[in-house]
Design a protein around this ligand. Structure first.
Ligand code: HAM
Length: 420
């Protein structure tokens, strides 16, 4: 039996890959404008990195990591389930803070989580992430969200809503946690098994549970926003004010909690109603204590990650330019094919997308292929064209043609493309 791919891990095939390239190209353009530099980290890290940063009691660490011992049987490694912890590890290890007090980094690449695959949820998926390390000022929260908004405008996806919340800080969250635990205790019988188990260790997670009895019995749960300390409240107010100044639309969702433990203060999600239950296209927030907890300097941080597969699923709306050949050279006979082969490679070297037939197909079949590829121009080379040194260049869009001198083809195609 033929070997198939691993469940939840997908091929990205030609036809789809153009969308991916378009999305990646726009990341480079937009994120570059905001002063972000790309960083690339390995796909595997020491397991401890994720346990210490994402949190021992999170779903990711408890049940979703691809963790294995390497051949020495001494080192526990994990395929990265997300990008923030590896970037922080690299930031600390390479002392990037010594080079610049503010670091703006972005990354793109595969992440791995052993989740039940469904539409928009995979075991290998891709994130586009951005992290800013070194700035506590709420202006950066707003600017990061402005960049995310700008990116979505550039790729032509509008059906998303920005939801924001504040999760408080180590000064105010413990008190809120206690209030919430007491509240949940009084409703324990109505909670699902998972929530009954985790309400003490991770009470905020209960607010995010999808089980209807949990949802119903926590509708009037105490709000984190009513329990922020003065500094967190001020910070959150400033984030909202700056978002309004920048005209970035948002709603406050006080029930939003995140599945990773490192968040403090501002958290956010970009949600859509187009993807069923996997409604978060991007998510992130502040992680002010994270770098220090990984034995780095005490620097604040904030970032987000976009789920690329989810963007691609929404691509119905994305503006993806079609990649079509500039010229298809059809040939009759071996001599013409040899000539076309040389011409094609000369054209390609000057950046013109040229194509030809390699299989000795009939002229009719070759023209069918030129049409299928949506070639902008076509040219037929036969004995007569080789002798005269001239050929008819057909404009496939306009259905017009012009006589051209073959030795001038490369120059002419360059000019036609520049004027297109
Ligand atoms: P996250 O919410 O776990 O945050 O993931 C961010 C995004 O990745 C999600 O909103 C979703 O679009 C996508 N995603 C997550 N899991 C899957 C999956 N199994 N299949 C497909 N897409 C998925 C983080 O990972 C944080 N590191 C984000 C961050 C960066 N916070 C601060 N900086």
């Amino acid at each position: 039996m033929a070997i198939s791919a691993i469940k939840g891990m997908n091929d990205i095939l030609p036809g789809d890959v153009e969308t991916w390239q378009f999305l990646e190209q726009k990341v480079r353009e937009v994120f570059g404008t905001y002063g972000f530099n790309e960083i690339r980290t390995p796909v595997a890290e020491k397991t401890e990195l994720f346990c210490r940063s994402i949190g021992e009691t999170t779903d990711i660490v408890e049940k979703e990591m691809y963790t294995f011992l390497d051949k020495s049987e001494k080192n526990s490694l994990t395929l990265r389930p997300e990008g923030t912890a590896p970037v922080m590890r690299s930031f600390i290890q390479n002392r990037l803070h010594a080079l610049d007090p503010v670091n703006k980094l972005y990354y793109m690449g595969p992440m791995f989580r052993y989740e039940r695959p469904q539409k928009g949820r995979y075991r290998q998926f891709h994130q586009i992430g951005a992290e800013v390390i070194g700035v506590e000022n709420p202006m950066i929260d707003a600017q990061l969200l402005a960049m995310l908004h700008h990116y979505f405008c550039e790729i032509g996806i509008e059906a998303v809503q920005l939801q924001i919340n504040s999760l408080g800080c180590p000064a105010c969250r413990p008190a809120y946690r206690q209030v919430l635990i007491s509240y949940l205790e009084s409703r324990l019988d109505n909670l699902c098994g998972d929530c009954q188990r985790r309400y003490q260790t991770n009470p905020l997670r209960v607010l995010d549970c999808k089980v209807s009895s949990c949802k119903e019995s926590t509708t009037d749960a105490p709000s984190v926003l009513d329990h922020l300390c003065g500094e967190c409240e001020e910070h959150f107010d400033a984030v909202k004010r700056h978002l309004c100044t920048l005209d970035i639309p948002f709603v406050v969702n006080a029930r939003m909690v995140r599945g990773l433990d490192y968040y403090v203060r501002t958290t956010f999600e970009l949600v859509t109603d187009q993807l069923g239950s996997q409604n978060a296209v991007a998510a992130g927030g502040r992680y002010d204590g994270l770098v220090e907890s990984l034995d780095g300097p005490a620097l604040p941080g904030i970032g987000f990650a976009i789920g690329v597969e989810r963007l691609v699923l929404m691509k119905g709306e994305a503006k993806v330019p079609a990649r079509r050949p500039d010229l298809f050279i059809a040939t009759m006979g071996q001599e013409a094919a040899d000539k076309a082969f040389v011409l094609m490679s000369q054209l390609q070297r000057t950046g013109i997308r040229a194509e030809m037939d390699y299989q000795g197909k009939s002229l009719k079949a070759q023209m069918r292929r030129a049409n299928k590829l949506a070639a902008r121009y076509s040219l037929v080379l036969g004995e007569q064209e080789l002798q005269s040194g001239e050929a008819d260049l057909k404009d496939m869009d306009q259905s017009t043609q012009q006589k051209i001198v073959l030795s001038e083809l490369v120059d002419l195609m360059g000019k036609l493309r520049a004027s297109a």
